[in-house]
Design a protein around this ligand. Structure first.
Ligand SMILES: Cc1ncc(C[n+]2csc(CCOP(=O)(O)OP(=O)(O)O)c2C)c(N)n1
Ligand SMILES: CC(=O)[C@@H](O)[C@H](O)COP(=O)(O)O
Ligand SMILES: [Mg+2]
Length: 642
């Protein structure tokens, strides 16, 4: 069957190899269609829109020049991968993005051979690309074959140390590989730092055609028509960056800057480097986040992440709510504490809006620091602030704090420095899936000597935990809270410091005690209500602290009940493990206590709504109810009166 002339080109693309049949003019048309398809899909799913729109032409250019999946295309963070997914045999499922059983919002090895390396945390792509290049040269073997490795990394992600560790190694090993620096002068928020300023200087006030390809090798790698401009630019550049660009100093050939929305620049450059490169090459492309969709281009975050929206108006469809978000409660509480204490300051690693520190920065600009995507530095910088007599709130998502773990141990904990860790997005987060789950922080913090670890059961508790952290100066202290809205509880007028290591009894009952750590408390209360209808009245307690444990409360719960069940939004090794250790050490099991610990299961849970993810984890009210019935030896259906 032949295609009608008006058939969309996108309908003729099943896989990237199909792009090789298109003329350059057709690739331009295809880019327009790909952009429209991306906007249409994200309007139905929500998700990361702006970054993908910024790399539409780049995606088309790379896939038409290189030979994926043999060539390894590695998207850094990979929140910009939706156009790539559309071109790589996943268009039919693109409207399931970030949904339960749907496509991941990030690249994922198990999803497609066109995703050779999964990501979602930033700044890993150059290391992975170098690994593929070395594997290729050492005779590594994978089903799709090993060709070139191409890392596409954003300017925001270039602020992380890992990117430089990788370039340092790549420049030394001199393997042929490609790094495409996608410079849109945006991170989630406007980018910060000296590196960002440096990148801007590399192309400030110069027309794109005057390639500042200062390295000899890079000039010879340029397509003919561009060479003259490059030579002129090289002379100009000499005055600006003595000895060439930083990238050249690190051993890369530097090409650019080029207009990342102009296929007439992208295609010849990529074709030429593919034909001629012998070592590592960095291609600097300039793009616009949100490109081609007015509401995204106009938005403060350039459409970084969006709910479902109306394509014509850009209006987002968010579910209305009366409860404040935990993030907002945290920000307001911190601002209130900072008003009383001028030593309080705050640190974010490129997430000012996500952590609410944008509000803190508005109020106390000189006490708020966005360090860029640099969690390791952010933790040690906080340690330095604490050593210098300040009271830093190192504010990070649980999942991103993982990157700063050695700094937490070596720079903070061993020195007993009073850094306050405000850990947002604790527990399962929903559509971002396993890469963003805040599953491990309790386990990796509560095992550190002298670390205080708290979890807020609701938004009122969070207010008190911020006050507790502000007042506590004896060493490191952490408190965690989840993504999303609070439970809608009555809010206290002000935060009151909690007694360190003391939990609270919520309801007195008999036979079974439910000891909750964190916001599963509301599910525990629902389960208790269902159990009461069956004649079982559990005791409910909120531990508040995983470290130090409220030994007195826990031991008396154990003594007064036939069974004790702990519940937490974290992996094994956390609160429940510490409770089990206490019970074992105190010989409580010898006395016959039935103990169960409800933790996240030993699997990475794929994206879905948080409630669905907790259903997979077996941690919703009905699972708690079933656990109680099971431990008491009562059949769950038609239970007898206990
Ligand atoms: C280690 C880590 N910290 C923070 C984030 C959150 N994050 C996701 S995308 C992003 C901005 C990335 O900016 P850039 O690389 O320039 O990509 P752009 O969105 O501009 O295309 C941030 C901070 C992350 N994914 N990983
Ligand atoms: C890609 C990335 O890491 C962030 O954009 C993340 O998706 C933000 O998550 P929140 O929506 O929870 O702020
Ligand atoms: Mg950027």
């Amino acid at each position: 069957m032949t295609d009608r002339p008006d058939t969309p080109l996108l309908d003729r693309v099943n896989r990237p190899a199909d792009l090789k049949n298109f003329s350059d003019a057709e690739l331009v048309k295809l880019s327009h269609e790909l952009r429209a398809e991306t906007i249409s899909a994200v309007s139905e799913t929500g998700g990361h829109l702006g970054a993908g729109l910024g790399v539409v032409e780049l995606t088309v250019a790379i896939h038409s020049v290189f030979d994926t999946p043999k060539d390894k295309l590695i998207w850094d963070v990979s929140h910009q991968c939706y156009p790539h997914k559309i071109l790589t045999e996943r268009r039919d499922r693109i409207r399931t993005l970030r949904m339960k059983d749907g496509l991941s919002g990030f690249t994922k090895r198990s999803e497609s051979p066109y995703d050779p390396f999964g990501a979602a945390h930033s700044s890993t792509s150059i290391s992975a690309a170098l690994g593929f290049s070395v594997a290729r040269d050492l005779g590594g073997n994978v089903p799709e074959g090993l060709g070139d490795a191409i890392a596409v990394i954003g300017d925001g992600s270039m602020s992380a140390g890992m990117a430089y560790e990788a370039m340092n190694n790549a420049g030394h090993l001199k393997k042929r590989m490609f790094v495409i620096l996608n410079d849109n002068e945006m991170s989630i928020a406007p980018p910060v730092g000296a590196m960002s300023t440096y990148l801007s200087r590399l192309y400030a006030e110069e027309p794109f055609q005057d390639f500042k390809a200062a390295a000899k090798g890079a000039v010879s790698m340029l397509p003919g028509p561009f060479r003259e401009g490059a030579k002129r630019a090289k002379d100009m550049l000499k005055g600006m960056a003595v000895g060439g660009t930083l990238f050249e100093q690190l051993g890369f050939s530097y090409l650019g800057p080029i207009d990342g929305h102009d296929l007439n620049q992208l295609l010849p450059v990529l074709r030429t480097v593919k034909a001629r490169a012998t070592g590592p090459v960095l291609i600097h492309v300039i793009t616009k986040k949100g490109k081609g969709y007015g509401p995204a281009e106009a938005a403060r975050d350039k459409g970084h992440a969006t709910a479902k929206f109306n394509v014509l108006t850009g209006e987002q469809k968010k579910a209305p709510s009366n409860a404040p978000s935990y993030t907002r409660v945290f920000a307001d509480s911190l601002i209130a504490e900072a008003a009383k204490d001028d030593k309080i300051c705050a640190v974010t690693a490129a997430m000012p809006d996500g952590t609410g520190l944008n509000l803190f920065a508005e109020r106390y600009p000189s006490r708020c620091f966005d360090v860029g995507i640099a969690e390791q530095h952010g933790v040690t910088f906080s340690a330095g602030l604490a050593a210098g007599g300040m009271k830093p709130f190192c504010t990070m998502y649980s999942t991103f704090l993982q990157r700063g773990y050695d700094q937490v141990v070596h720079d903070v904990a061993i020195q007993r420095l009073p850094v306050r860790f405000a850990i947002d997005r604790a527990g399962l987060v929903g559509a971002d899936g396993a890469t963003h789950a805040g599953a491990f922080d309790v386990a990796f913090l509560a095992n550190l000597p002298d670390f205080v670890v708290m979890a807020a059961a609701d938004e009122a508790e969070l207010v008190h935990m911020v006050a507790t952290a502000a007042a506590y100066d004896d060493g490191p202290i952490a408190f965690r809270f989840p993504r999303g809205e609070g439970a809608g509880v009555t809010m206290p007028e002000r935060g009151e410091p909690l007694e360190i290591g003391k939990g609270r009894i919520i309801a007195e009952g008999k036979r079974v005690a439910l000891l909750s750590f964190g916001t599963r408390l509301s599910e525990v209360e629902k389960a208790a209500e269902a159990l009461r209808a069956k004649g079982i009245t559990p005791t409910i307690a909120d531990a508040r602290f995983a470290k130090p444990l409220d030994r007195e409360m826990i031991l008396s719960l154990a003594a007064d009940h036939e069974a004790l069940i702990t519940i937490e939004e974290g992996a094994v090794g956390g609160f429940g493990s510490h409770v089990a250790q206490l019970l074992a050490d105190e010989g409580v099991f010898d006395a016959g206590l039935k103990y169960r610990s409800m933790v996240l299961p030993d699997i990475f849970i794929d994206q879905a709504s948080p409630a669905d993810m907790y259903a997979v984890a077996g941690m919703n009210a009905e699972h708690i109810e079933a656990k109680v019935l099971d431990v008491l030896g009562i059949a769950s259906i038609g239970a007898q009166r206990a």
